[in-house]
Design a protein around this ligand. Structure first.
Ligand SMILES: Cc1ncc(COP(=O)(O)O)c(C=O)c1O
Length: 395
């Protein structure tokens, strides 16, 4: 129990909701209302100006999404949160709010495909320069910071190649130069890694993945200081993206978070067993997994993650064709993009999530043509290993 707080699982289940306060409903009610009534014109005016607390209109907040925001802020160790209709909505809403035309943003060499597209096509349109730097080497960051640099954005572990960035080292350099740091914590979740406690200013999530956990919704979240989150809500979300999360989906994410710790431990157990099998298989030529001692990011991951998660990037013999053959032979693993679901998923970034990069861009951003990404789910580990074995036999 940190800082006198209750434990992670207890807070995942209880934080921010008192079942005795209303009609006694064990689970929080789902408020399905696009707008909210004002007792008087004066009350309406006071709510718009912020002098009076209370709800105004669904694009600005709703009691169900507010509960999810309070819970996520607590779990990530941040002051406040804003939830969004997707992870993409979280990244765009945050960056539209905190960047200005003429600014420069430093990002790692590897990014989720649509984050990359948003930065190179979307932010570029607003005259915001995006500079890729190898953030696994903090010294490289020092040399890359220029007069217009405003902030640093990275994923760790990164999608799809599982690069691990030392959050504490990067944040220390950024803070000393007056820059903010934003970390996409989708792969780890706050159960395994809490960037704000390591010095980051902002965390973004695709809650579509482990936080929701059941592959039945899209959602996102931004966590950070309260004053900036107010601006993110009142400008970024309300005026720029409108990427508002529905109360039903917020309810499903709240339900998913209740089992986050239990699921993540089982995801990690399964992934560790799968990696132990893959590491001895003659047809597997490379494994990137934060818990695999031969992976580059292993030591940093040991320091900053409670456990290594359940995402891995592997290469099999035969490169692109070998990977394709293996994917097509899988029977328990489902061929699909996304991650963090109960079902184990397998995808091939060069022909799927990162197919809109040119071959040269993939090379530059360290996404090899043969990389196969596995999201290890919650099935019996023996079945997952047997499935991988029969698929590898056909390579
Ligand atoms: C690391 C990461 N960030 C952001 C996103 C975008 O999330 P969403 O699909 O919920 O918009 C994804 C989606 O795969 C992701 O993997």
């Amino acid at each position: 129990m940190e800082n006198g707080k209750k434990g992670f699982s207890t807070r995942s289940i209880h934080h921010g909701y008192d079942p005795y306060a209303g009609v006694g409903s064990l689970t929080p009610p789902v408020y399905m209302s696009s707008t909210f009534a004002f007792p008087t014109v004066e009350d309406g005016g006071a709510r718009f100006s912020g002098e009076q607390a209370g709800y105004v209109y669904g694009r600005l907040g709703n009691p169900t999404t507010a509960l999810l925001e309070a819970r996520l802020a607590d779990l990530e160790g941040g002051e406040a949160a804003v939830v969004t209709s997707s992870g993409q909505g979280a990244t765009t809403t945050l960056l539209y709010t905190i960047l200005e035309s003429g600014d420069e943003l430093i990002v790692d060499q590897t990014l989720y495909g649509c984050t990359y597209a948003f930065m190179h096509r979307g932010l570029a349109k607003m005259n915001i320069r995006v500079k890729h730097v190898d953030l696994t080497d903090p010294v490289a960051l020092v040399g890359a910071i220029g007069p217009n640099t405003r902030g640093i954005f990275f994923e760790t572990p990164a999608n799809p190649n599982l690069r691990v960035v030392d959050i504490e080292a990067i944040c220390r350099i950024a803070k000393a130069r007056g820059l903010w740091t934003a970390v996409d914590n989708t792969y780890a979740t706050p159960y395994l890694q809490r960037p704000i406690e390591l010095g980051a200013d902002y965390v973004v999530h695709s809650a579509t993945k482990y936080l929701g956990g059941h592959g039945d919704l899209l959602a996102g979240a931004i966590i950070g200081p309260r004053d900036v989150m107010n601006e993110v809500r009142n400008f970024g979300l309300k005026d720029m993206t409108g990427a508002v999360l529905s109360s039903q989906d917020a309810h499903l994410v709240l339900r998913g978070i209740k089992t986050l710790a239990v699921r993540m431990d089982r995801h990690c157990d399964n992934a560790e067993a799968v990696v132990a099998f893959l590491a001895t298989h003659p047809k597997v030529v490379h494994i990137d997994y934060p818990g695999y001692a031969k992976s580059v990011g292993y030591c940093v991951a040991q320091r900053q993650m409670k456990r290594p998660g359940a995402m891995m990037a592997i290469e099999v013999v035969g490169g692109f064709e070998g990977g394709k053959r293996m994917l097509n032979a899988l029977e328990v693993f489902i061929r699909a993009v996304s991650l963090g679901d109960c079902e184990s998923l397998a995808q091939h970034p060069a022909s799927m999530t990162h197919s809109f990069y040119t071959k040269e861009e993939r090379e530059l951003h360290l996404i090899s043509e043969g990389l196969v990404r596995l999201s290890v789910g919650l099935e019996d580990k023996e079945d997952l290993i047997a499935d991988l074995k029969q698929a590898l036999d056909r390579v």
